[in-house]
Design a binder for this molecule. Structure first.
Ligand SMILES: NC(=O)CC[C@H](N)C(=O)O
Length: 385
């Protein structure tokens, strides 16, 4: 079997091996095996820098049917290490597609595995927890692939942000219109009465472009800074507000950002998403911990415990903070996940600072949480006038 050039293997550190067909790049990679339950949006998922060093299994049964398009990239290319699907569509059918998924992954050096029982992989990860894994399309034996998985150091304690953050500061502009518009039947809109545009300094821990687009649509000019920017570099921009992005790996590892944010959130109204929420957690001197298998997908129910409102949210995280730790450190826990009661949002007891563990920009996913961008604008406008 390993001598078949089209064969590929996913091996988990517990010795479980799944064999199927290779697609994408001819390579051997290691990373953390995770699963994502989104029904659509495979290109946005692949290019989300939060997936750096992870091998993603999609639970949706057929992937690749609408191809790929440069408009759907959340960064400058795929950031996941490997991709596992049940059925790779043999047909690409969409007017926006410029390249098939296998060709796109091959061009970017990402290996794929198809024709495996993705339900079995998902159940394994759910029961045993996220695991170190090896995906190879290069003819490794089962034993060799398991060995490679076991040799990998894992995510915990490693700073992967420095691999994906921007090198130089820049202003984010991608032609998003500020003309008022709404998407009928959804809550998507450009705020029509935003006469005043605020300047937000965004620390880039591995940001998705859709987040910056949403900030622009909701009345912000977005100035992006490297993850290790100092409080002085932030101050030089003279921003009205601070934004903290999503990002890969272990939030405990970026101690430089904890320090910067502990200082900067005293000075600016602050909003954090996912990794940004976890950095606020550390800036408050509360710890984060690793979830057993994380939340990844577009169907995670979250309840705002202050308003009682339940949103269906897009998520991608493997770490989280504990309620009692946050509440001991000056935060009010505002939202919880209805599947497992974990913390999904906080606000500072005294400062104009709030954050969510999920992804209000969706991309892909439901837009229930889009109003959080308006909430951020309103908070800045209350502080700045
Ligand atoms: N989407 C994110 O920002 C992910 C945050 C972090 N890397 C985690 O896995 O929890």
């Amino acid at each position: 079997m390993p001598s078949d050039p089209k064969s590929a293997v996913l091996a988990l550190e517990d010795g479980t091996v799944y064999r199927g067909r290779a697609f994408g790049a001819a390579r051997t990679v290691v990373g953390e095996a995770v699963f994502n339950t989104s029904m659509t949006g495979y290109q946005e998922i692949l290019t989300d820098p939060s997936y750096f060093a992870q091998i993603i299994t999609m639970t949706a049964v057929q992937i690749g049917n609408y191809g790929t398009s440069p408009d759907d990239e959340e960064s400058d290319g795929p950031k996941a290490s490997g991709f596992v699907v049940r059925d790779l569509s043999p047909v690409v059918s969409n007017w926006r597609s410029v390249e098939s998924l296998p060709d796109y992954l091959e061009r970017h050096g990402v290996p794929g595995l198809s024709g495996v029982d993705t339900r079995a992989i998902t159940k394994r990860l759910r029961v045993a927890g996220a695991m170190n894994a090896c995906l190879s399309t290069e003819g490794l034996t089962d034993g060799e692939a398991v060995e490679r998985a076991r040799e990998w150091t894992g995510l915990v304690g490693v700073d992967y942000v420095k691999a994906v953050t921007v090198k130089e500061a820049y202003q984010f502009e991608d032609g998003v219109t500020r003309q008022p518009f709404t998407v009928p039947g959804t809550n998507l809109y450009t705020d029509p009465h935003r006469e005043k545009i605020y300047k937000v300094a965004a620390l880039d821990f591995g940001a998705k472009r859709s987040i910056f687009r949403k900030l622009r649509m909701h009345g912000f000019d977005v100035w992006v800074l490297p993850a290790d920017a100092s409080p002085e570099q932030i101050a030089e921009l003279k921003p009205d507000a601070l934004f903290l992005s999503n990002g890969p790996g272990d939030p405990a590892a970026v101690t430089y950002a904890h320090k910067t944010v502990a200082k900067a959130m005293q000075d600016y109204p602050t909003f954090g998403i996912c990794f940004g929420h976890q950095v606020i957690t550390h800036a408050l001197d509360a710890p984060t911990y690793k979830l057993k298998f994380g939340h990844r997908g577009g169907n995670q129910p979250v309840k705002n415990i202050e308003t009682g409102v339940v949103s269906i949210t897009a998520q991608n995280h493997g770490f989280a903070a504990k309620r009692e730790d946050l509440e001991n450190r000056g935060a009010v826990v505002t939202e919880i996940n209805l599947n497992d009661d974990t913390v999904e949002g906080l606000r500072h007891k005294d400062l104009p600072v709030f954050s969510v563990q999920y992804h209000p920009e969706a991309a892909p996913g439901p837009n229930d949480a889009d109003p959080l961008f308006t909430q951020f604008y309103d908070m800045v406008s209350t502080v700045k006038g």
